[in-house]
Write a protein that binds this ligand. Structure first.
Ligand SMILES: [Zn+2]
Length: 144
């Protein structure tokens, strides 16, 4: 499960809307803990910081994060004592699920891949995990 605040969610939506029709992207960082309950072990990922980055591809169909901004974000995470949880990008005109290209480029099996769709009336945000065989699993996402 991944938990975002309403403020963090709003900042992702605003970033995506500002750059539409191009894709927007960024990194998410925070803390992860495990809870053992009757149904087994659950990982709870709490987002503490969202980094809004530049899509250097300036494309409506794919994205690359600015390497200097990524470096600065990772440095900032270290200084805050938080870890990288994953990333997000927007789909200005397509649904909130990984494209074939997204799957191809997903190499981090421990990352949460958040995709914000602006295709409908209301923005739709989902989080996914992508394993080594490119199997996509939806991750439970909570906005507080
Ligand atoms: Zn995508």
């Amino acid at each position: 499960m991944i938990i975002l605040t309403k403020q963090q969610y709003d900042s992702i939506v605003a970033h995506a809307q500002k750059h539409a029709p191009l894709e927007a992207c960024g990194l998410i960082a925070g803390r992860s803990r495990h809870e053992t309950g009757p149904s087994g072990d659950t990982e709870i990922r709490t987002v503490e910081k969202v980094y809004l980055l530049t899509n250097t591809d300036a494309s409506a169909e794919h994205f690359s994060m600015d390497p200097n901004e990524q470096f600065a974000a990772v440095k900032d995470m270290r200084s805050r004592g938080i870890g990288l949880l994953g990333n997000f990008h927007s789909h200005p005109a397509t649904p909130s699920r990984p494209s074939e290209e997204d799957k191809r480029l997903a190499y981090d099996t421990s990352a949460s891949y958040l995709i914000l769709s602006l295709a409908g009336e209301e923005p739709v945000l989902n989080s996914f995990r992508i394993d080594g065989d490119k199997n996509v699993t939806k991750e439970e996402l909570t906005i507080l």
